[in-house]
Design a protein around this ligand. Structure first.
Ligand SMILES: CC(C)(COP(=O)(O)OP(=O)(O)OC[C@H]1O[C@@H](n2cnc3c(N)ncnc32)[C@H](O)[C@@H]1OP(=O)(O)O)[C@@H](O)C(=O)NCCC(=O)NCCS
Length: 304
């Protein structure tokens, strides 16, 4: 970790006293970045950043970081190590301090920590219209590997599949889902599924004693965020998405990130009313093999 010298930015561990400033920066950094590019605000109030930082401080306490100048916090970032793979994010710098090297110092520390922990493949998701974050991540070794199409459905899309997916029961456990992810996408993240099971609902496609697909749904105030979704095949992915809408009020909106290379999934979703908001880039520093599955990542937790 870097130390304080004059006004130069340095990185240190996040403390609970930093949370009000971290959440204020989270809100202003994202809303300002979206505003500059013609979008409306995406972070309604400071409670969003506080909730994310609070959740990560208990979920991944080793790598919750702030970047500071003197005694003033100017940004924050998070690293989520899961064995040989890891995720980074969210990363935010105070708009008044952007463009002066704070993001670079923070990202260099995150990469150094991942290297020290033996991570071979570090991943993140950035908004493709944000040329600054794309360049910053590229400068520290990330490569754009996939385009993610970010958008939403009106609820209960008719995707024309038989519904075999169902809400996971206690009996299903999460071991089968963790084993499926390990096999198809190389992540080993039981701790994330524990958290997701507490914060949202998990759907599965049963397959003998195991599962051949799973989906996580988080419903908050009229919006149902879907992901991670993992499925061995197209029908499984469609089935899971369809099943996740069956019991929700009609005013609910689905939101998800669909890999552009899965054009069959995209096209089935367009036919059912999928409307695109924007594009994101899935960036990887280090090893990467294209996924052997239909994998739809999510922005929480950002572990892959
Ligand atoms: C993205 C963000 C974290 C970057 O932080 P920052 O402190 O402004 O970044 P820095 O000034 O340290 O570094 C930016 C780098 O990108 C480069 N860069 C920026 N725009 C560029 C462009 N158009 N072309 C080429 N390089 C560019 C800069 O030269 C710099 O590279 P360098 O370190 O080699 O000089 C910050 O702008 C932010 O908080 N944005 C809003 C929230 C957000 O989008 N977060 C990312 C979520 S994935």
């Amino acid at each position: 970790m870097s130390g304080a010298t004059g006004d130069a930015p340095y990185v240190r561990a996040m403390e609970s006293a930093d949370l009000p400033r971290v959440s204020a920066i989270f809100k202003s950094a994202f809303n300002e970045m979206y505003r500059r590019r013609g979008f409306g605000p995406v972070v309604a109030d400071q409670s969003v950043g506080a909730a994310i930082a609070g959740a990560y401080r208990s979920h991944d306490p080793e790598h919750c970081l702030v970047v500071a100048r003197g005694d003033r916090v100017v940004g924050s970032g998070f690293l989520h190590v899961r064995g040989a793979t890891a995720g980074a994010g969210p990363i935010t710098i105070d708009p008044a301090q952007q463009g002066s090297g704070c993001g670079r110092v923070l990202m260099e520390e995150i990469c150094a920590r991942a290297d020290r922990d033996g991570v071979r493949s570090l991943r993140l998701i950035q908004d493709a219209f944000n040329e600054v974050s794309f360049c910053l991540y590229g400068r520290v070794g990330f490569v754009g590997r996939e385009t993610l199409v970010r958008g939403g459905f009106p609820i209960r899309p008719d995707l024309g599949v038989r519904s075999l997916a169902r809400r996971a029961s206690r009996r299903d456990g999460i071991d089968a889902i963790v084993a499926l992810e390990r096999d198809l996408i190389g992540f080993d993240r039981a701790r994330d599924y524990d958290l997701l099971g507490r914060m949202g609902e998990i759907f599965v496609l049963p397959d003998g004693a195991g599962v051949r697909g799973s989906l996580v749904r988080m419903v908050r105030g009229g919006v149902a965020v879907l992901g991670p979704i993992v499925s061995r095949d197209l029908d499984g992915a469609l089935d899971l998405i369809q099943a996740a809408g069956a019991d929700l009020p009609l005013r609910t909106e689905f939101r998800l990130l669909i890999p552009a290379t899965r054009s069959d999934l995209l096209s089935a979703c367009y036919d059912a009313g999928f409307e695109v908001h924007s594009l994101c880039t899935y960036m990887v520093r280090g090893a990467f093999e294209p996924f052997r599955a239909y994998y739809l990542p999510t922005l929480f937790p950002e572990s892959g």
